[in-house]
Write a protein that binds this ligand. Sequence first.
Ligand code: PAF
Length: 283
Amino acid sequence: MIEINTIALLKNKVNEAIETGQTIGFVPTMGFLHEGHMTLVENARTENDLVIMSIFVNPAQFGPNEDFDRYPRDIERDSRLANEAGVDVLFYPQVDEIYPQDGGITIQAGQQANVLCGASRPGHFDGVLKIVTKLFHIVQPTRAYFGQKDAQQLAIIETLVRDYNFPLEIRRVETVREEDGLAKSSRNVFLSPTEREEAPALQKAIKLGIEDYSKHGDVNQAVAITKKLIEEKTSGKIDYVELLGYPNLTKPTDNQEDVILAVAVFFEKARLIDNIILTNKGE
Ligand code: PAF
């Protein structure tokens, strides 16, 4: 694995790959890697000649009172894990080079950003779109890999790629979980031991809710069941529990539509999200 931290050097590597007809699999991350990221790399590894991972804690997607400064960082550990997972190129650019000056152009997510995490994190998805647009142009991937845990992010990036004809494929990768069902996340390190014991209840609650929806098709009832279990089994404060059509993220119109049941819960030092997507094939 080689490590690169400037855009010019990365572009040399990318050009070399394109000239020799190699496909590029891209795994964008903010670092502090866990098994979820490793699974993205595994998928990229099987489908592409060259695997590029980026590590960049993107200031543009954090609000003023969010955890940008506190976001966990450990580049040495990440570099070792990326290497073991089979990454060929680890790209970790500096903030100054990625955002050299205030430009006049902004990218704004559409209505998909008005619900779920977007409702309580204004501007967050605009910041995500800004960085992925830049990274897609720098890395020029054949395929880019995103986890379904961040289902709203995934849906919005798919829309960006579709609406603006980005010449790449977005691959959806299933959420990786701990044995007790808790979705892997870089932020899980901020849970206290008691909160860590409570946190798998999120997944159990979503499962109960989605099972109820698949039987009765009643959005309000499914949401109420999910909320009740989270409130009973955790000390967390619910940010949202919502059931929406996926990937449009609007109210489901009929029970043939794919839906997502998604939650976000504040614990003392971490806000956790999780979801289940129910496809019309019943998965
Ligand atoms: O999912 C993440 O880690 C980030 O939002 C991403 C896609 C790397 C953009 O900063």
